[in-house]
Design a protein around this ligand. Sequence first.
Ligand code: ADP
Ligand code: MG
Ligand code: MG
Length: 255
Amino acid sequence: MSTLEIKDLHVKVKAEPEHPEILKGVNLTINAGEIHALMGPNGNGKSTLAETIMGNPRYVVSQGDILIDGQSIIGMAVDERARLGLFLGMQYPAEINGVTNAEFIRAAINARRPDDDQIPIMDFLHQLDDTMAQLKMPEDMADRYLNQGFSGGEKKRNEILQLMMIHPHWALLDEIDSGLDIDALRIVADGVNSMRGNDFSSLIITHYERLLDYITPDVVHVMKDGRIIESGGPELAHTLEKTGYEHLKAGDGND
Ligand code: ADP
Ligand code: MG
Ligand code: MG
């Protein structure tokens, strides 16, 4: 079975020994087919974890490892990780001028496929049409420059469009629910749920229990001060909604 393993992960933004750690020993194993939610207050390392797994070069792994099926990926560039099946839906999706949404997604799909097996253009366009309709996105969004002038909610929906078109094995979804009204939330959740299967796993980062009413996670983790301080079943999200994060100790209790 396929697994993504995070082992005693320590991360900084500079390699110097005196530089403070953002992640202070994170342990997490996600098996194929599982959806994990990562919750916790702002500024505690959730996005740092997602960016580090994807290979953002701003983050330096000072200790520990990230493994896919037992193979370390920390020496790999972002594109190599993408070819292994990793995907990051960003908290703050980038705007790219001069590249249309459709061109971007097609390039992302083809970059993950061998040169002699690129996606036929008509297949791509049909899939794109269908998926955009499913996400209730206006057709002209395909031809607009990537995320340029998109509202917050449109950017989030667009991350889910990429997710559904690219079909990654592991999707790291960073606050895909922020700024969404209830209808958009449901559409985004339906999109993620449509991906569920033995070949798809996800780490869903969210502040709010609301999203988890629509996407039922297998495991819920709470991150505080660079560590996972509590893990449990879906009921943990509901408990947190009532009690908040304050009562949780910032201890060293990794799962
Ligand atoms: P969360 O996603 O839980 O809100 P982040 O991972 O974004 O938290 O941030 C955790 C901490 O790391 C914060 O104190 C933040 O300021 C710091 N941090 C994150 N990224 C950087 C960076 N590129 N440079 C400097 N500090 C950073
Ligand atoms: Mg934040
Ligand atoms: Mg964040």
